[in-house]
Ligand binder design. Structure first.
Ligand code: ADA
Length: 549
C-alpha cells in the first residue's frame, strides 16, 4: 500500500510490493527478498553495509507511457528499465519517480542497484546515532500514464473575511510533441471547479475560491476532504489524481503557535523510523501500533527525527489529528561534515522533495532543518540561512525551526520562526532543571530568539528495558521515569514554552561505525519510552498521566 487512500480511479496503478530477486555484490548467490524491506532482516545480511541489486519483471498490458514511483530506497538508488538507466537518487527518506515513454505491451524488467555504504559521496547518511539500513525500504508503484497527465497538485487553504478559501495549483505535463486542449475538473465535496486549457509541454492550472461551509482540520476534529481532479481530452477522461486535504491555517502570533486562530501546546515524541523486526521499513501494522501507543500516552504531536517520514505515517497523522514537525535529513553534523562538497546539494534536494511530496498533509505544521548541526559557526549560518530561504520559497504557509544544542553559542536563532532547543538536564548534565531552563531561555531571548515561540525539541534519558533497580541509578527504568517527569514538570509549567518533544518514542538501532557503541549499549539508542519491540518502560505511564491535560 502506497498511501492510506486511493490516489487514482482512472490512472492505472500497480503496486510492486512483493518478492524481488536480490543479489548482494560480492556474494555468489541469488535471493528473493520482500519489497518494501531491509536486507538486514535476512540472516546473511544482519549488519551488512554494501551494494545490492533488486530485480523483477513487470507485464505491461498495452502500449503506453510508464511512471515508476519509489517512496524510499536506502540510501542510494540507480534504477534501470529494460537495462536502460532511468533514475539516480540519493537519500533513503524522500520519494522519487521516473517516466518512460512509448513502452510496448509485454514483459519488461526493473532493476534497482542499492547502496548503503558510507563514503564522501554520502554527506547525510553517515555513522550516526541511528542506523542507515539497506534496501527498497518504502513502497514502489508502476503507473500507466497518458500523454497528458497530472504531475502533482498543491492545495493551500486560507481564511478570507472569516471564510475558508483554498488555492489549488494543478501541474499538468504533456509528453507528446503537439499542443493538446484539455478540460480540467476538480471537485471537493459539493464544490466543482472546471476550465479548458491548451498545453504545449507543461502548465499549471490554478483554482482559487471560497468553500464557505467546510469543516476545519484540527487535532480534536481532523476533518479531511478528497480533492479529486480529472483531466479530459475531447470529452474523454485520460488521467486523474486524488489528494486528501484539510482546511487549516498555522500562524505564529507573538510567542505562540496558532492553529485556526487557537493557540496550541505541542506535547509529543521524537520518533525514528525503526522497528525491531522491520528495520526502517516499518509495516503499516507497526506504524498504526506506534500511533496507537503515542495516542494512548495523550500526545498531540510528533517530530519526524531526523528526516522526512513515510507518507503512510503522515496519512495516519492527518487522520488522527496529530500535528507534525517534519524535518530534512541531518543529525549532529559538525562544520567539517557540512563542508562535504555534496552536503548543500543533498540538503537542497531533500528539502525540495520533502515539501513537493508532503505539502498537502494538513498535519504538518512545522518544517524543520539541520538537527544539532554547526549553527555556532559563520559558515554554518550561511547554510542554515540558505535552507530556511529555500523552505520559504517553496511554502509560505508553515513556520520553520531547527533543534539546537549549541547552547550560549548558536548564532542562527534570528533565522527561524520558532526557536527549539535540545536539553538533557539530569541525564548528560546533572543540575537544577528550572535554573538551566531559565538560563537557556534568557540566552535565547537575548540572542535573536526574542518574541518567538520556544519548543523544547528533545528531553529525556536512557533506560534498558526490563532493568529495574531500587537505587534508581542511571540506565534503570526508574531513573528514566524520574528524569522525564522532573523535566516535563518544569517545561510544561513554563508559559514561555509552547511545546515539548520527548526523546524518544522507541529505542532505535545505531551504527557500529563511529564511536556510538561506547555510549549506546546494545548498539541502540536506549532513550525510548518503549523498546524496539514497543514494550513499554516505566516512564510510559508517567507521560500518559502528565500529557493528559
Ligand atoms: C541529540 C540528537 C538525537 C539523539 C540524542 C541522544 O539531541 O538530536 O538524535 O542523539 O541527542 O540520545 O543523545
Amino acid at each position: 500500500m502506497i498511501r492510506l487512500f486511493d490516489t487514482h480511479h482512472i490512472r492505472k496503478i500497480y503496486e510492486l510490493d512483493g518478492m524481488w530477486e536480490f543479489k548482494m555484490y560480492g556474494i555468489d548467490k541469488t535471493y528473493r527478498l520482500p519489497v518494501p524491506g531491509c536486507w538486514e532482516q535476512h540472516p546473511d545480511f544482519l549488519g551488512h553495509r554494501g551494494k545490492g541489486t533488486y530485480t523483477r519483471k513487470v507485464y505491461i498490458n498495452r502500449d503506453c507511457n510508464v511512471r515508476l514511483e519509489f517512496k524510499g530506497v536506502s540510501h542510494t538508488a540507480d534504477v534501470y528499465f529494460d537495462g536502460e538507466k532511468i533514475s539516480h537518487h540519493y537519500n533513503a527518506f524522500t520519494p522519487f519517480s521516473a517516466v518512460i515513454t512509448n513502452v510496448r505491451q509485454g514483459e519488461h524488467e526493473i532493476k534497482v542497484e542499492v547502496d548503503n555504504t558510507f563514503s564522501e559521496s554520502s554527506a547525510l547518511h553517515i555513522p550516526n546515532d541511528y542506523y542507515t539500513y539497506g534496501g527498497i525500504t518504502r513502497p514502489v508503484a508502476l503507473e500507466q500514464i497518458a500523454d497528458v497527465y497530472i504531475k502533482n497538485i498543491r492545495f493551500t487553504p486560507y481564511q478570507k473575511n472569516g471564510k475558508w478559501n483554498a488555492k489549488i495549483e494543478i501541474n499538468i505535463s504533456n509528453l507528446s510533441d503537439k499542443t493538446v486542449t484539455v478540460d480540467v475538473k476538480s471537485t471537493i465535496d459539493r464544490y466543482e471547479m472546471d476550465c479548458n486549457v491548451d498545453i504545449n509541454s507543461e502548465i499549471t492550472v490554478v483554482f482559487d475560491r471560497e468553500f464557505d461551509d467546510v469543516k476545519p482540520w484540527s487535532g480534536k476534529q481532523p476533518d479531511l476532504y478528497m480533492l479529486n481532479t480529472v483531466i479530459s481530452v475531447n470529452g474523454i477522461p485520460v488521467d486523474d489524481l486524488i489528494e486528501r486535504v484539510g482546511f487549516r491555517i498555522v500562524e505564529i502570533i507573538g510567542t505562540k503557535i496558532y492553529l485556526n486562530g487557537e493557540p496550541v501546546y505541542l506535547k509529543g515524541f521524537n520518533r525514528h523510523e525503526d522497528y525491531a523486526v522491520d528495520g526502517c521499513a516499518i509495516t503499516l501494522q507497526h506504524m498504526v501500533q506506534d500511533m496507537d501507543l503515542m495516542q494512548d500516552m495523550n500526545v498531540n504531536a510528533v517530530r519526524t527525527c531526523h528526516y522526512p517520514d513515510d507518507e503512510r505515517f503522515l496519512d495516519l497523522c492527518d487522520e488522527r489529528g496529530i500535528m507534525v514537525w517534519e524535518e530534512n535529513h541531518a543529525r549532529g553534523l559538525v562544520l567539517k561534515d557540512m563542508q562535504n562538497p555534496n552536503f548543500e546539494k543533498q540538503c537542497e534536494d531533500c528539502i525540495r522533495e520533502m515539501i513537493e511530496n508532503h505539502y498537502n498533509h494538513p498535519s504538518i505544521i512545522i518544517w524543520g532543518i539541520l538537527n544539532e548541526c554547526a549553527s555556532e559557526t559563520d559558515e554554518g549560518r550561511r547554510m542554515y540561512k540558505k535552507q530556511y530561504e529555500q523552505i520559504k520559497s517553496l511554502d509560505l504557509s508553515r513556520p520553520t525551526t531547527s533543534a539546537t544544542c549549541r547552547h550560549f553559542a548558536d548564532i542562527c536563532l534570528d533565522l527561524p520562526d520558532i526557536v527549539s532547543f535540545n536539553m538533557y538536564t539530569n541525564w548528560y548534565q546533572d543540575g537544577d532543571i528550572s535554573k538551566r531552563n531559565d538560563e537557556e531561555i534568557e540566552w535565547i531571548q537575548s540572542s535573536g530568539g526574542e518574541n518567538k515561540p520556544i519548543i523544547v525539541s528533545e528531553l529525556g534519558a536512557a533506560a534498558i528495558y526490563g532493568y529495574r533497580d531500587r537505587s534508581r541509578c542511571k540506565w534503570s527504568e526508574e531513573r528514566q521515569a524520574d528524569i522525564i517527569r522532573d523535566n516535563l514538570e518544569v517545561y510544561m509549567n513554563d508559559d514561555r514554552i509552547t511545546g515539548v518533544f520527548i526523546w524518544q518514542f522507541a529505542d532505535c538501532r545505531v551504527t557500529e561505525e563511529g564511536d556510538w557503541f561506547t555510549t549506546r549499549a546494545r548498539c541502540h539508542n536506549n532513550k525510548g519510552v518503549v523498546d524496539e519491540y514497543r514494550r513499554p518502560k516505566m516512564a510510559y505511564d508517567i507521560i500518559k498521566d502528565m500529557f493528559d491535560i
